[in-house]
Design a protein around this ligand. Structure first.
Ligand code: NAI
Length: 303
């Protein structure tokens, strides 16, 4: 009888205990969704203050969910919130947080060295079967995996903002990710009520690889004087059926984020015209006009 063996020592991990490192915008959202779907979640960040803020944010977001879902039964809504909140614990000690973890999802600052240090450190603390996933938007997962002794149990889980609303998760496999790890990550994503797509560990995966050059092309078209921001936005909304135009979307994503991503890609592929810099983007970022979050980007916003 022929049997196929995988490099992974672990098969089909069913993910129940989830450790999320980074309780910012994305980490808090992932924690909320995982806790809402019955997972046991430990949320880790650097200070108790940040964690308190994250928990408050999760509670507020759950209230909005419940208002819609339980509109005619507010009591069940309150019960739901309480149950979900009970599924989340917080700590500033990542080493302690991973000792019973099936899955670690990293959603910290977008910096390779810091992510590698975290993965390398947690690798020594986490049980053998624990899968490590990164929510990075722009950095190679394989570089993080190489900081561990378990590259077969490393992959990407790329969520979209706002996590409770956005249905998609890009499940990223590097050349070392085992099929069992991919399967566990796909199953986890489905258990969250999300729709997964499989991606390779390539810059921008699927969504950002198409979306960021599109936003940059809109910018360049405008810079050449071939269309106003307003007209380009109207054109793509009414002509292509997009819910936001490229400039509205850029402001929503954050102009600093778009610059950071394109700058990173350009370093790897300097001759790719899709990754060419934009003077207008650089100028706005230098002026601190980062989009919605700073109340001004391509457009102005009220608080
Ligand atoms: P954020 O700045 O809102 O949150 C990051 C959190 O990580 C902060 O609370 C910070 O205190 C914490 N942190 C930093 N270093 C840490 C460490 N060593 N240990 C524990 N906690 C640490 O950032 P955001 O937007 O949530 O992004 C996080 C990750 O998610 C990044 O890798 C980003 O590329 C990715 N991402 C962001 C999206 C977005 O739209 N904001 C979308 C998809 C992915």
């Amino acid at each position: 009888i022929q049997r196929s063996f995988s490099s992974s020592v672990v098969r089909n991990v069913v993910i129940k205990n989830v450790t999320i490192i980074g309780g910012g915008q994305m980490g808090a959202g992932i924690a909320q969704v995982a806790a809402s779907t019955g997972h046991s979640v430990t949320l880790v960040d650097m200070t108790d203050d940040i964690l308190k803020k994250a928990m408050k944010g999760i509670q507020g977001s759950l209230r909005r969910v419940v208002k819609k879902k339980f509109s005619d039964d507010p009591e069940s809504g309150d019960d739901f919130i309480q149950k979900v909140m009970q599924n989340v614990s917080t700590t500033t000690n990542p080493a302690a947080a991973v000792t019973t973890s099936d899955l670690v999802v990293e959603a910290i600052v977008e910096n390779m060295k810091i992510k590698q240090d975290l993965f390398g450190f947690l690798d020594k603390m986490a049980p053998e079967h624990t899968i490590f996933a990164s929510n990075t938007s722009s950095l190679p997962i394989s570089d993080m995996a190489s900081a561990t002794s378990r590259p077969d149990r490393c992959g990407g889980l790329h969520f979209f903002n706002p996590v409770p609303m956005m249905k998609l998760v890009e499940v990223v496999a590097t050349s070392s990710t085992s099929p069992e790890t991919s399967e566990s990550l796909l199953n986890f994503t489905k258990a969250l009520g999300k729709t997964p797509v499989c991606c390779k560990d390539t810059p921008g995966f699927i969504v950002n690889r198409l979306l960021v050059p599109y936003m940059m092309e809109a910018l360049r078209l405008h810079e050449r004087g071939h269309g106003s921001k307003e007209d380009i936005d109207i054109a793509m909304k009414l002509g292509a059926g997009y819910p936001m135009g490229p400039f509205e979307l850029s402001d929503y994503v954050g102009l600093d984020t778009i610059k950071f991503i394109t700058d990173g890609w350009r370093e790897k592929e300097p001759d790719n015209p899709l990754f060419a810099p934009s003077d207008l983007l650089n100028k706005l970022v230098a002026e601190g006009k980062l989009g919605k979050k700073s109340l001004e980007g391509f457009y102005k916003y009220n608080k």
